[in-house]
Design a binder for this molecule. Structure first.
Ligand code: NAI
Length: 802
């Protein structure tokens, strides 16, 4: 072929990367690797090893140690022992270690890239130009945070020992996403790499040695799911961070429910790739190449659902097919290859199975006429069109180079289709009209929205999902908070459920607080309240009430005994109260100020009711502080802003603090008014709607609360109150698929139940971990900590420049 012809056909010759250095490195280790525990290599205690393969050839690369529970225990002990000295280092000292790691990653970047490609099958072009540079960037960025930590987070401390389990699709990058923020914040780590791709984590262990990272600070225990399970269940681990399948994420949520381990989950996705008729179609098609054929589609945020505006569907499909025909598929160490090998036979089989099922469900399958290599695990880039939105290939993560295409007519329909998934990790919007693009971006339920671009990542921009794509963020300021606790909270005492905080204080000081509880005989008895659902007082479905008594046993009144049906009605009402989420922050602030004003006016009356269960002194304090707390959240409503990041591309990433949705709240018993407001107000201020179960001991507060909300212009359904027994109502709330998060305040057993029962739709659960929160201390009981949990960050990436 002449040069002229080549120029036209763009056919390349092979351009293989030299694997010699990587092979030498493997040979130097005799292609057999132990576990990296306490700064040294150790043999697995059971003497078991497994093989890791090059998926592009099927050839064995090395023997890898299969860590078991005893090995995990040894690693956790090493991490625990290393913890005090590591966290006591100055921020600058820790910053230098992270900086050293960043430099070493850069120094060994080619070795890491080649080994990554050999172990995973991804094109060297990607491991060399994307994975490894991002790994270095992550360590640099977090070296910076380590340096600034005390200035920026003075009241925080590390979680302690962190267990991290990562997948095989971005082996070293996921390690960096996990280890860099953990170390920067002063935690020590036990990390389990994926069984298909352990090699670069082992190189990283060597880099830790080279950087002089103290023994025990980073421990790498290889193995399969059993090893991961042992780590997740280890009692001396303070936090688990997991990336992988939603199924395993669910199992981990269940396995950690009864513990007080912090948990962050980055799970699967079925991300929409929306193309409007006014988009730059050629640009969008290139975006798709990066969206679904990057890393063979084995990407949690892959743009696997193509949503095309109907008017351009035909021309777009033809452009996509043309482009697919030019994708080069083959040995991933070839620098000119676009699509490498699938990580393992089992994944290849899974892709094949799902595509067959999609075709059986009516999809039309198109693949280019490209020859596949004779050996190794390859799958052709695949376009499924005429896909029904309910088909398996439109709903479930395929994790392969398979695009499922559907059409829409209007922006509204595009948003509906896009959000018609249990996931919410990422999304793409292509339109030359910035107004349309941003309007749609705001409505997408996903942690990342790429406008006219795709699959861009940066350490400064938090990444993570909505809904069943998990919770917690990696990267950015919000990612750091996943690895720290507020100091006071870490050391807070256990909640003594039977006591009110003031009563407890009084008991300790000997003051006769109980005497101040008015004689029941002098109270206006027989207060009967109703449920509050959709802005209306409602009778309970059960037709039963519960008696409410004062500490000395006198009857104070009756509250409805809410049941499942009432909770369901309340959730439905909360969902319908969309206007609250859409109200401007200024609007929400005004409503809250109005609540404060109205409570001020009724202060004496509410205090007289509240005095019966908690005493006059506490009642007066609750009222004073409640009014101040409402003011605080009215103030916060238009001030808890997001951020604008400047990633190292021609983009801005707009980090929005968005409401989570409908949140179920189990309120404290001990401070019936103040506790209720302390939890419900931050949620309301941020635009969430709430279904609250008030103090079980004094549910009569509901009557005062609904009068307050009714008279303060709060739209019906924004807050719903169902009285009853927590043990019964929590279950329905936690298991309800339309509840997006649970805030549960209670003892150990109650919060464990909240976590365990929330596994169904993997709703976010935030609890007091059975610890007491002093609702009377504004430094503790209000502010950013609550607001951070009342929101989730969405990053909208917008390119600039021609
Ligand atoms: P997986 O979720 O089983 O594996 C991820 C990691 O979790 C691995 O390190 C594995 O050893 C570990 N693990 C497995 N069971 C565990 C347990 N019970 N406790 C603790 N750790 C455990 O994913 P797998 O089987 O490799 O892939 C299956 C599917 O999962 C893929 O087809 C894809 O749909 C999805 N997936 C999603 C990823 C993402 O980034 N969102 C990454 C990998 C897989």
């Amino acid at each position: 072929m002449s040069i002229g012809e080549k120029f036209v056909s763009m056919e390349y010759g092979p351009a293989p990367e030299d694997p010699k250095e990587a092979s030498t490195w493997l040979d130097r280790h005799k292609r057999r690797f132990g576990l990296f525990i306490d700064g040294a290599w150790q043999s697995p205690s059971a003497g078991e090893y497994f093989d890791t393969f090059d998926p592009s050839t099927g050839e064995k690369l090395a023997n890898i140690a299969q860590g078991n529970a005893a090995d995990i225990d040894a690693a956790v002990r090493a991490a625990r022992a290393a913890s005090p000295r590591w966290r006591a280092l100055t921020p600058h000292a820790r910053a230098r270690y992270l900086y050293a790691l960043a430099r070493l990653v850069q120094k060994h970047s080619r070795l890491l890239a080649v080994l990554e490609t050999m172990d995973n099958g991804k094109p060297i072009r990607e491991s060399r130009d994307i994975d490894i540079p991002l790994v270095a960037r992550h360590f640099y960025y977090h070296a910076g945070w380590a340096q600034l930590l005390e200035q920026e987070f003075p009241d925080h401390e590390p979680c302690g020992v962190v267990g991290q389990v990562i997948p095989w699709n971005f082996p070293l990058l996921m390690l960096a996403w996990k280890i860099a923020p953990a170390l920067a914040t002063g935690n020590t780590v036990v990390l389990k790499p994926a069984e298909f791709t352990p090699i670069t984590a082992l190189v990283f262990a060597e880099l830790c040695q080279e950087a002089g990272v103290p023994a025990g600070v980073v421990n790498i225990v290889t193995g399969d799911g059993r090893t991961g399970e042992a780590l997740v269940k280890h009692p001396d681990v303070d936090k688990i961070a997991f990336t992988g399948s939603t199924e395993v994420g669910r199992a981990i949520r269940g396995a950690t429910a009864a513990s007080h381990k912090r948990l962050s989950l980055e799970l699967g996705g079925k991300s929409p790739f929306i193309i409007f008729e006014d988009a730059d179609l050629d640009g969008a098609v290139e975006g798709l190449v990066d969206g679904i054929w990057f890393n063979q589609g084995q990407v949690c945020c892959a743009g696997s659902r193509l949503l095309m505006q109907e008017s351009i569907a035909e021309v777009l499909i033809s452009k996509i097919r043309d482009r697919m025909s030019t994708l080069r598929i083959g040995p991933p160490l070839d620098k000119a290859i676009d699509i490498g090998a699938i990580v393992a036979r089992v994944q290849l089989d899974r892709i094949q199975r799902m595509v067959e099922q999609g075709i059986a469900e009516g999809a039309t399958c198109w693949q280019p006429q490209t020859a596949l290599p004779m050996r190794g695990f390859y799958y052709l880039p695949t376009l499924l069109s005429n896909v029904h939105p309910t088909s398996i290939v439109a709903q479930q993560e395929i994790f392969g180079p398979v695009l499922a295409a559907m059409t829409f007519r209007t922006p509204r329909e595009a948003v509906e289709l896009a959000n018609n998934t249990v996931y919410g990790l990422a999304s793409c919007v292509w339109s030359e009209n910035i107004n349309v693009a941003l309007h749609v971006a705001a409505q997408l339920k996903a942690g990342v929205v790429w406008v006219n671009c795709t699959n861009l990542f940066d350490a400064a921009c938090g990444f993570g999902g909505y809904r069943e794509s998990g919770y917690g963020r990696e990267g950015g300021r919000e990612g750091l908070l996943e690895y720290m606790e507020a100091k006071w909270f870490k050391h807070a005492p256990k909640l003594a459920t039977s006591e009110s905080p003031l009563l407890a204080t009084a008991a300790r000081s000997g003051a006769p607080l109980v005497d101040e509880i008015p004689d029941a005989g002098t109270l206006a008895i027989d207060r009967t309240v109703k449920l509050y659902i959709g802005g209306k007082q409602a009778r309970p479905d059960s037709g039963y009430s519960m008696e409410v008594r004062s500490p000395d046993g006198a009857l104070l009144g009756e509250a409805p005994l809410g049941n499942r049906k009432d909770i369901r009605n309340a959730v439905e009402a909360a969902h319908k109260a969309e206007s609250w989420a859409k109200a401007t922050a200024h609007n929400r602030a005004q409503v809250l100020y109005y609540c404060a004003e109205n409570l001020s006016q009724r202060k004496e009356e509410v205090a007289s009711h509240l005095a019966a269960p908690v005493g006059e002194k506490q009642a007066a304090m609750e009222l004073d502080l409640a009014i101040q707390r409402i003011f605080s959240y009215a103030a916060w409503a238009d001030k808890f802003d997001g951020a604008v990041h400047n990633p190292p591309f021609r983009n801005i990433a707009i980090a929005m603090n968005e409401p989570i949705g409908t949140v179920g709240v189990i309120c404290p018993s001990e401070a019936p008014l103040l506790g209720f407001l302390s939890l419900v107000l931050p949620l309301l201020a941020m635009g969430n709607t709430v279904v609250a179960v008030p103090s079980e001991k004094y549910p009569l507060i509901t009557g005062d609360l609904y009068q307050l909300f009714d008279t303060s212009d709060l739209p019906g359904g924004a807050v719903n109150i169902v009285t009853g027994y927590v043990s019964q109502l929590l279950k329905t709330l936690a298991e309800h698929d339309d509840v997006d998060a649970i805030w549960c305040y209670g003892d150990d057993a109650t919060v464990a139940a909240a976590k365990a029962m929330s596994v169904g739709n993997l709703k976010q659960v935030w609890t007091n971990e059975g610890r007491a929160i002093d609702w009377f201390d504004a430094k503790i009981a209000e502010g950013r900590w609550f607001l951070e949990h009342a929101t989730q960050v969405k990053n909208i990436w917008v390119p600039y420049g021609e």
